[in-house]
Ligand binder design. Structure first.
Ligand code: SF4
Length: 605
């Protein structure tokens, strides 16, 4: 810095050198002036749902900015204090602060932005994202602290905005925006559709993504027109396949744990998806040590037999799929302009679930027009029968800008006036029925998705009239027991499941199934009420199970293992050894240590 104020003449004797030094000095002074006077500091902030999530939107914008170095990125999560977040943004001393707005973070973002504006009135507050891309004028009236709202894809508007800021010019040339001026809100013309291929690679530096999921897109937009979805209006744009493959390999080489593709329908078109999947399978052979998992959202009804076979041939753990079923009722699907072939979708999804080499998640949406409790129960049973790793039960959201929201009153749909604009009742599904479905979702998540009672469920869903009949019946029982009125421990869920199901299933079999599931959760400190099986103390176990290669003391054995006896659960009486240092599904987690014809645990030795 001092150098800028000392002319170089005094040190240099030769005239030619003097000129060079003078030129260099003037250049440095100009650079310093440009840096300190012209460069406007821009902070872009995202409040993610969880710590493990990251914001792709911020990265896209930073790379689209006129001066990348003027942009500071700040990521937070919903668990953080809003005043702390605001203070952190203010500490960056921004000339402009941009916020990425979604239904899950809008309330928090609004609070933070209002504090930033109150403390730094000169700071230009910019909102962008799906939650603010529609009804801009109304939103600007609601939020006087917001100066600019960017509508739709943010890259092109952000480039123009940052260029104007850097040049100290009016920002009214920013396209696709609503801009507050002294004479009112100005709507600027829409930017041309954004071409994904014009975007540079965003993840040169992966150091900020340790233990985080990487979001990545190879395509934007969707060719379908589902009435509840905002992507239905988005034009399609693709990365060249070769580039997408090279970038996906980069993540594999860096051993990123999970890359979540945000492509709305990854397998459109089918041939392009097949090229990428085949390349990933080949790359896995090249990098066998890599643990990278790729998550895709696909439309199973678009899959050809060739693509199903290719997916089924992928190495275990390489891929993870999410498949939207939403409903299996044709009238419901038609009412939301979802034009998928349900039979093909179910057939392909089942084949992918059975392949067993990848995790498959399937989604249903409750509260769609024309859906009744009865018709939803059929969709639930159809989805459950697929045997997916997770069955995710969502609820219709009337998103700003979606056809469904425009037509909500015509459909008679009542929804929350605040984000996430979730359905409360429809002409065919009452508020009470939707509340029960919410509770069923809670029970489904614990028992099935979290795999708390995998063994027990495999018995119960066969005994009851249908999987939905079981979940509905058990949820009603839990309601009567006051289960949902306060936070509950896992053992309560087990104990109540035993009470509920023992009318329908042999009590010993049920007790054993629940005890098995309980032992799968870890070393039991105690058993849930009514649930237990015979176990053996560590000293006796070591003596009795001499065939096991265990060179442990009784104390060490007791800490790590449980030996438990099951008389009925596996057809013939058996002692199993649970190794609690491993996880369910890991090799060696459960070992069969003794089998016998006798049904008496003690007579087996
Ligand atoms: S729900 Fe899926 S298939 Fe339908 S428009 Fe949206 S992204 Fe496309």
């Amino acid at each position: 810095m001092i150098f800028l104020f000392i002319p170089p003449y005094s040190f240099v004797q030769t005239p030619a050198l003097r000129h060079i030094c003078l030129f260099f000095w003037l250049f440095c002074v100009a650079l310093f002036w440009y840096d300190s006077v012209a460069m406007k500091k821009i902070t872009l902030a995202a409040v993610n749902a969880r710590f493990s999530h990251s914001s792709l939107a911020l990265l896209c914008l930073k790379h689209a900015a006129f001066e990348k170095e003027a942009v500071t990125l700040r990521e937070y999560n919903l668990g953080q204090n809003t005043m702390d977040i605001a203070a952190d943004i203010i500490a960056t001393d921004p000339d402009a602060a941009g916020f990425s707005c979604y239904i899950w973070n809008i309330d928090t973002v609004v609070k933070i932005a209002s504090v930033v504006k109150a403390v730094r009135p000169h700071c230009l507050v910019i909102f962008g994202g799906p939650e603010v891309s529609y009804d801009c004028e109304q939103l600007m009236r609601h939020w006087p602290f917001v100066d600019v709202i960017v509508r739709g894809a943010g890259e092109t508007p952000f480039y123009h905005l940052t260029r104007s800021l850097a040049a100290d010019e009016s920002i009214l040339s920013t396209p696709s925006s609503c801009i507050r001026t002294p004479s009112g809100v100005v709507h600027t013309p829409a930017a041309p559709p954004f071409e994904l291929s014009s975007q540079p690679f965003l993840y040169d530096d992966l150091s900020a993504y340790k233990n985080k999921m990487i979001y990545y897109e190879t395509s934007r937009g969707c060719p379908f027109r589902c009435a509840y979805c905002m992507s239905a209006n988005e034009p399609l744009s693709f990365l060249p396949v070769e580039r997408a493959i090279a970038e996906l390999e980069y993540f594999m080489r860096a051993d990123v744990r999970q890359v979540k593709l945000v492509d709305r329908t990854f397998n459109y078109p089918d041939k392009r998806a097949r090229q990428i999947i085949a390349a990933l399978i080949a790359l896995k052979q090249k990098h066998p040590q890599s643990r990278t998992n790729y998550h895709f959202e696909i439309s199973a009804s678009l899959l050809t037999d060739e693509t199903v076979a290719l997916l089924a041939s992928a190495p275990k753990g390489l891929l993870q799929l999410e498949i939207g079923i939403q409903s299996t009722d044709d009238a419901v699907l038609q009412a939301v302009s979802r034009t998928h072939d349900t039979r093909k979708l179910l057939k392909n999804t089942q084949a992918l679930c059975r392949a067993g080499n990848m995790r498959v998640f399937v989604d249903l949406i409750a509260g769609l027009p024309l859906e009744t409790y009865e018709s939803f129960s059929h969709s639930f049973d159809d989805a459950f029968a697929l045997g997916a790793d997770k069955l995710q039960l969502g609820f219709l959201k009337l998103l700003r800008g979606s056809k469904m929201r425009e037509n909500a009153s015509a459909h008679g749909i009542v929804y929350t006036s605040h984000a996430p604009y979730e359905v409360l009742q429809t002409p065919t599904l009452s508020y009470e029925e939707l509340r029960r479905l919410h509770r069923i979702e809670q029970v489904l998540d614990s028992l099935y998705n979290e795999k708390l009672t995998q063994k027990t469920l495999s018995i119960l869903t066969r005994v009851y009239r249908s999987p939905f009949a079981f979940f509905d019946g058990y949820t009603r029982f839990l309601e009567e027991e006051g289960y949902f009125s306060k936070p509950q421990k896992t053992e309560t869920l087990f104990a109540l499941l035993f009470c509920f199901a023992r009318q329908a299933v042999d009590e010993t079999l049920l007790r054993e199934a629940l005890a098995y599931d309980w032992l799968c959760l870890g070393k039991p400190g105690g058993w849930p009420d009514g649930i237990f099986v015979s176990t053996v103390n560590p000293k006796d176990a070591l003596r009795r199970f001499s065939e096991l290669p265990l060179s442990l003391s009784a104390r060490e054995f007791g800490k790590r293992f449980t030996a438990a006896y099951f008389a009925m659960l596996f057809g013939a009486p058996v002692w199993l050894l649970f190794d609690h240092s491993k996880k369910r599904g890991d090799e060696g987690f459960i070992t069969k240590i003794k089998q016998s014809e006798t049904a008496n645990a003690s007579e087996m030795f």
